[in-house]
Design a binder for this molecule. Structure first.
Ligand code: NAP
Length: 294
């Protein structure tokens, strides 16, 4: 296992377990399987509609709560100071815990950024009183980070963004690093380049010939090579799977090392084109989806 130290001193496993699009009826067993093979960091979100099942999987695993980093996200419809304080109650109620290790804002929501700032101020309050171990953001471009820093006091510990070999976001990585913010890769093995629902123009990074070649050279899979690339470059990565074999495969990345030349070859695959939505284009219909009470 490789740990990452956040800018407030909190240590967490760099490799976490994602549950976006994990249906509620399979999430608990996926989380339990992940904890059984050694993951100690779970990434969920209010908007994934499976926090309750994440909590159930954690309890079923028998792994003590204080050995697990639970990261979740506030959805935009819960932005605003009081609303975000209440979002914490919803999240902890569903998860069945009394504190969160990491709580981040899911989107910058550029069309209502003053509410985003107010939401972040609520995170600062709960961080100060110990209810949250570390606070952060997701899908923030460098300009948004700068606007947030101007208006608030605590530098985010994490910025979770789309990041895989076809979209490496070097500008975001650089801006995050300058502020001591850990860049956390969503779709770290390129899920967004192949899972359904995002158009048919995409090429799956999983099939990339360079990654396939490196995988063959190391006796590993393309997914494992991508995860190793994230870890060796100091990022956090949170691959998702509901398949027990792939859950284990994605954690089996601590027994090989990519050379500098191999890392550079993966960096060179960047297309500069995102597969997911542009976070600076507001999506009011999405933002307004309400999050149920616990
Ligand atoms: P991902 O982890 O890169 O890829 C997941 C996809 O890959 C699933 O279709 C999964 O299917 C498949 N898969 C998993 N392991 C595999 C392997 N070893 N070989 C082949 N296929 C494999 O994509 P993601 O779910 O988009 O991103 C990961 C996590 O990031 C999410 O779960 C979520 O926690 C977070 N996320 C955050 C945001 C945000 O806006 N902040 C957006 C997207 C995601 P199976 O389940 O069938 O294995």
């Amino acid at each position: 296992m490789i740990d990452i130290t956040l800018n407030n001193g909190l240590r967490m496993p760099a490799l976490g377990f994602g549950v976006f699009q994990s249906a509620p009826d399979v999430t608990a067993q996926a989380v339990e399987a992940a904890l059984n093979v050694g993951y100690r960091h779970i990434d969920t979100a209010a908007a994934y509609n499976n926090e309750r099942e994440v909590g159930e999987g954690i309890r079923r695993s028998g792994v003590p709560r204080d050995e697990i980093v639970i990261e979740t996200k506030v959805w935009v419809s819960d932005y605003g100071y009081d609303e975000t304080l209440h979002a914490f109650e919803k999240a902890t109620g569903k998860l069945g815990v009394d504190r969160l290790d990491v709580l981040i804002l899911h989107q910058a929501a550029p069309d209502r950024f003053e509410k985003t700032i107010a939401a972040y101020k609520a995170l600062e309050t709960m961080h100060a009183d110990g209810r949250i171990g570390a606070i952060g953001v997701s899908n923030f471009v460098p300009e948004r980070i700068a606007m947030l820093l101007d208006a608030t006091g605590v530098v985010p510990a994490i910025n979770q963004v789309e990041l895989h070999p076809y979209f490496t976001q070097r500008d975001v990585q650089r801006a995050d690093a300058e502020q001591g913010i850990v860049t956390q890769a969503w779709s770290p093995i390129g899920g967004i380049t192949f899972y359904p629902g995002y158009g048919d123009e995409r090429r799956s990074v999983m099939d990339d010939p360079t990654l396939q070649e490196l995988a063959g050279r190391h006796g590993k899979s393309a997914a494992q090579v991508m995860l190793r690339w994230h870890l060796q470059q100091g990022r956090s990565a949170i691959p998702k799977s509901t398949n027990p074999a792939r859950i284990a495969e994605n954690f089996d990345v601590f027994d090989f090392e990519l050379s500098d030349e191999e890392l550079a070859r993966i960096d060179a695959l960047d297309t500069g084109v995102r597969s997911g939505p542009d976070p600076e284009v507001p999506r009011p219909a999405m933002y307004d989806r309400s999050i149920p009470e616990a």
